[in-house]
Design a protein. Structure first.
Length: 627
């Protein structure tokens, strides 16, 4: 299979991510190239990412995938925001910021996502718009490779890329998507979405009480310690049963966490994305769902913001029957009877007990649906698919930008207006919406003039709003009376230690150190980034293991860092010895203790007798932080 039409090259001057230099199709001659035209708000673009990963791995030495980010929303034009999306979606291929849609126009693209296949001679083979791409491109890529090998034009070998994740410091929370506060039990539930788990903390003092999920992506029921989620988002809590319901978004499932039994079970969803249109009702684990993003509990019914199918669904918790509640599955803004209405990627949902209020993100609207299945749906504020902005006002005159979170509080709906970096307040009776918190600028400033960075979730308890400040990896707390914002401090963070989701740090083996005493002392000195200190809310520690020596009388030792220096006396028992050190260091910027960074170091320290050294002094640099 070969192309005929030359593929237009990338214009100069565009900004690139996941690579240390701009790429060109000319330098990629000999490779099969797959262009993915996407925008990071788009649920359909998210859905094809697993297929792209499979193709990248299968054809690792012949295929180069390049994401062409052609923004829909204003906020999505900014390179830093695209970088955050790359980190959030764990994208591992180069991405070019096509903010003015120049590349989009060169290729005549009309929809997100669109994929264009280019052969090793730089010719366009074909294109496809929409989801369900794996089988189509698997066959096409195999044929292009076969034809190129027969002509000798294929150049094998993977690109050496500098990924954004490799220069990003690890944080204890990673892109928290949603948050749920419960005043009755004094608990705060945090969807630690990119760590694929739920963190449960005390509302009063932030102490981590439990962690639901192992932190590794997957779909696995069982004990909290071994259960697996995949990008969990919205939650609903039944305090009487002590049960948490979870929208397990990338598993396309609804999960149930029993906090008394400390177990997780799947209530609905097959684990695979529904491909049916119109979507089909079903029961329990036999029904296919499509990116459930948020949930709210009304009696014995769990209502679901089903972002992927552009609908609201309801799940009967007794029978486990799941069915559409509002929306045909068409992506649009159409009001009217629930059965004939149309939605566009609903991503946040709340209730006053009579109506469901939801953030319909792709039309940048806040809408209301009756709980009665025979009722109707109406738009309270906002525009349409390509009508968005940042304008306070009434009804259709107001403008939002991709809101993701809503919470109903005493007759008012508070909105996480995500791409505007604001929290807004909506009166559903008058349909007036106004800015409540945030300047519009991205940031993490506390106080009376706060800033946020794409807040995605919002909840309420005891006179305060709790906000999942997604791109800041933080939970923020706003007092409704004073409008003062503080960052929620998690304590006992070692209980929520992130797993090594990416790559465990390689063990560094130092040059042999000659010592002249049988009882030398190991001195580890930490060098933190400028302005940083050890986090007082977590216990940094080092685990030491010795061969040919004992550490304070033991072969293995775990010691906490009380300061930046740690002294460990040892006794050599052989001519040659080795000490392995595994450091976990929790640090933060002085004055911003709530944002906790975790740095992991593994060292192997060979020792031998034969000198006069009695102090083994090592300085351990802790990763720089660019925030």
């Amino acid at each position: 299979m070969e192309g005929i039409v030359n593929a237009p090259d990338f214009p100069e001057g565009l900004q690139w991510l996941n690579t240390d230099r701009p790429l060109s199709l000319r330098e990629l001659r000999g490779k099969v190239v797959l262009l993915d035209f996407w925008t990071y708000c788009c649920i359909n673009c998210m859905h094809i990412l697993p297929d792209l990963k499979k193709l990248e791995r299968k054809y690792a030495d012949a295929l180069v995938v390049i994401g062409v980010h052609s923004a829909k929303f204003f906020t999505e034009q900014e390179t830093e925001n695209i970088r955050q999306a790359i980190l959030r979606y764990e994208i591992e291929h180069p991405v070019v910021n096509d903010s003015q849609m120049i590349v989009w126009s060169l290729y005549g693209v009309r929809a997100w996502p669109t994929l264009v296949l280019i052969d090793p001679n730089g010719k366009i083979v074909g294109y496809h718009s929409g989801e369900g791409i794996y089988e189509v491109f698997d066959r096409a890529i195999a044929q292009v490779i076969q034809a190129a090998e027969a002509k000798g034009t294929l150049k094998r070998g993977a690109l050496n890329l500098r990924l954004e994740r490799d220069r990003e410091p690890r944080t204890v929370l990673r892109f928290p998507g949603k948050v749920l506060a419960d005043a009755r039990t004094g608990r705060l539930f945090i969807a630690d979405s990119n760590h694929h788990r739920i963190v449960v903390a005390s509302l009063q003092d932030g102490t981590v009480q439990m962690v639901i999920g192992s932190g590794m992506p997957g779909l696995e029921d069982g004990a909290f310690e071994t259960a697996r989620f995949n990008n969990p988002q919205g939650m609903a809590y039944d305090a009487d049963a002590d049960v948490l319901y979870i929208a397990d978004t990338d598993n396309h499932a609804i999960r149930k966490a029993d906090l008394r039994q400390r177990t997780v079970a799947t209530l609905a969803g097959t684990g695979e994305q529904s491909r049916f249109y119109p979507p089909r009702a079903g029961k329990g684990r036999e029904v296919a769902l499509n990116s459930p993003w948020d949930v709210v509990l009304v009696g014995n019914t769990l209502f679901i913001a089903m972002a992927g199918s552009h609908q609201l669904w309801r799940l009967n918790l007794t029978t486990l029957e799941a069915e559409p509640h509002a929306g045909t599955g068409r992506e649009a803004r159409i009001d009217g009877p629930l059965r004939t209405s149309a939605l566009a990627q609903p991503s946040g949902i709340t209730t006053d007990g009579k109506k469901l209020y939801f953030a319909d993100s792709e039309v940048s609207c806040i809408r209301a649906a009756d709980i009665n299945p025979n009722g109707s749906l109406e738009t309270l504020v906002g525009g349409d698919l390509f009508e968005f902005g940042d304008r306070d006002g009434f009804g259709n005159e107001a403008r939002l930008q991709h809101p993701l979170g809503v919470v109903y509080v005493d007759g008012v709906i508070y909105v996480a207006d995500t791409y505007n970096n604001k929290i807004k307040r909506l009166d559903p009776r008058t349909r007036r919406i106004e800015t409540f918190l945030g300047t519009g600028a991205a940031g993490a400033r506390d106080g009376d003039n706060p800033t946020f960075d794409e807040p995605g979730g919002i909840s309420y308890a005891n006179g305060k709003l709790y906000i999942a400040d997604t791109n800041n990896h933080l939970i923020r707390v706003a007092d409704l009376k004073t409008k003062r914002v503080e960052t929620f401090r998690l304590r006992g963070l070692e209980a929520a230690q992130p797993p090594a989701l990416y790559r465990a740090p390689a063990r560094q083996t130092l040059n042999p150190i000659t010592v002249g005493s049988e009882t030398p002392t190991l001195l580890l000195r930490l060098r933190l980034p400028e302005g940083h200190k050890l986090n007082p809310d977590a216990q940094s520690q080092v685990r030491l293991y010795a061969q040919g020596a004992t550490l304070q009388g033991k072969p293995e030792l775990v010691m906490p860092f009380a300061g930046l220096e740690l002294r460990v006396p040892m006794q050599l028992t052989a001519e040659r010895a080795a000490v392995d050190a595994h450091l976990l260091v929790y640090h933060c910027h002085a004055g911003q203790e709530a944002l906790c960074y975790l740095h992991e170091v593994r060292l192997s320290i060979p020792l031998q007798r034969g000198g006069d050294r009695t102090l083994i002094e090592l300085e351990v640099p802790i990763g720089e932080v660019s925030r």
